[in-house]
Design a protein around this ligand. Sequence first.
Ligand code: KG4
Ligand code: ZN
Length: 344
Amino acid sequence: MKKELIALALESSCDETSVAVVKNGREVLSNIISSQIDLHKKFGGVVPEVASRKHLENISYVIDEGLEKANVTFKDIDIIGVTYGPGLAGALLVGLSTAKALAYSLNIPLIGVNHIEGHIYSNFIEYKELEPPFLSLVVSGGHTHLVYMKDYGEYEVLGKTRDDAAGEAFDKVARAIGLGYPGGPLIDKLSKQGNKDAIPFPRTYLENDSLDFSFSGLKSAVLNYLNNCKMKDIPIVDEDVAASFQQAVIDVLVDKTIKAAQRLDVKTIAIAGGVAANTGLRELLHQRAKGEGFKLMIPSMSLCTDNAAMIGCTAYYNYLNGYVADMHLNAVPNLKIGEKYKRV
Ligand code: KG4
Ligand code: ZN
């Protein structure tokens, strides 16, 4: 094998068109992220049809920019990595069909990547020395998972949400207090001016030994609180609602993560996904992990939210493990962690 392996990676599973060039899995030569947030803002959330159309409009330009920024051409690319699930079907298909066309015309391997696994791999970019096994908390707009990463490509899901994902709860509560989309960063910012102990929102732990999550009860509790205040003419302090809600989410996330790490007897915890950008979560997990003797890995903000660099990193390791796809690879909107496709 060549000493250098350069991956061109495409990510289009939701509302970011992203293209990255990644060398040997962990060296990011470029990571271009074209966000559609402004386009979806006026609808209060991602509109799937609008997202796919915008990906289609953008993707060639983003690829050109990715190559240019990395100072490479198509001739330098060894593999194409692409997110094929989970995500919005139409959005995924834009990245996937572009990736297939590139792999076919350049005659190089096509590597399918699971978006959630991609989030976990963002830690390998940030921490060059990181190796499995470790525990990962993946918290994003669509997913909340506690995953034991045993080895590259080998995962055990220890717990997941039974209803809303953590990011989804942030987005819905933000909408209820009129903050706009996406809600997570706005609630995070507003929380800094609020009192996290002002309103005793519930923490849902489920059964005693469960590592699953549930956030829909908390979301309803916030909505009930707001309605109740409005009916009784009690003034609502948005900052306190945001801070108290955020604290209720992160208390449960942190408690369960520490419990899982103790149960597994691992040394390292790595967090990932859009909600991992939350400053409250980062701070509390940092404190608790330190107190309990765990090493904590947190990717920088831009690697937490959707990006193609993490897809390029995962594609590299999938390739080393022999996971080359053929032209039948299809988008899988509900793809599970650890689910594999037929290798060529
Ligand atoms: O990973 P991501 O970019 O996309 C998905 O794969 O879902 O995550 C987006 C989610 C959104 O729900 C957004 O509100 C949330 O991550 N998010 C945050 C923060 N930044 C993004 N949630 C809480 N605090 C933040 N600072
Ligand atoms: Zn994501």
